[in-house]
Design a protein around this ligand. Sequence first.
Ligand code: DX5
Ligand code: ZN
Length: 226
Amino acid sequence: MTVTPTIVAPSILAADFARLADEVRAVEGAADWLHVDVMDNHFVPNLTIGLPVVQSLRAATQLPFDVHLMIEDPRRWAPGYADAGAYNVTFHAEACDDPVALAKDLRSAGAKAGLAIDRDTPIEPYLELLPSFDTLLIMTIKAGFGGQRFIPQLLEKVRAARRHVAAGHLELRIEVDGGIAADTIEQAAAAGADAFVAGTAVYGADDPAEAVRRLRALAERAISGA
Ligand code: DX5
Ligand code: ZN
């Protein structure tokens, strides 16, 4: 059982991009972090938003930004998001040949450092790097698009990471991303996740703030029963 509070991070990928500031305010007070998916049409086929939008949005809300970079060459771009005031900047293990060096750069720029593991990437080679990170994001889909179906087999990586964190007494958030909704969040929490990204399940709901609260209650119930 984890003693850290549960984080729910709505993903604006599922929001109305023409009304971003309003969509963000709709979850203010309910959400813990705002998950911002940056895609470059190279690391993943999709294309979303970049630094100028994040800079503008930073002024529009108090919510901490959890920036998820699905981009090539994160060493070139990631520190800019830390400079823009992101709370946490996560880059993909598959896109970086020296993740520890970039984690150091992010921390010295004042952000938390996150490492993301995509669907087809094993967790084991990265476990020894975790002391350099604050967040481990384990994809529960293949990165690139919202609205995909949750893959329960990927929770095995969450279990392995949670065991490693417990054995090493590491301070690390384990975040899951992809297909997290009312019918999947409890199994992710029971596997050891303590931060939950939800796009469709939040912004597809009539009341996004209520959807966040409901997800948190489900996760906390699963964690306390684990
Ligand atoms: C997909 C993104 C996710 C996405 C999740 O690559 O990293 O953050 O927004 O969307 P849902 O919750 O709809 O699966
Ligand atoms: Zn994401």
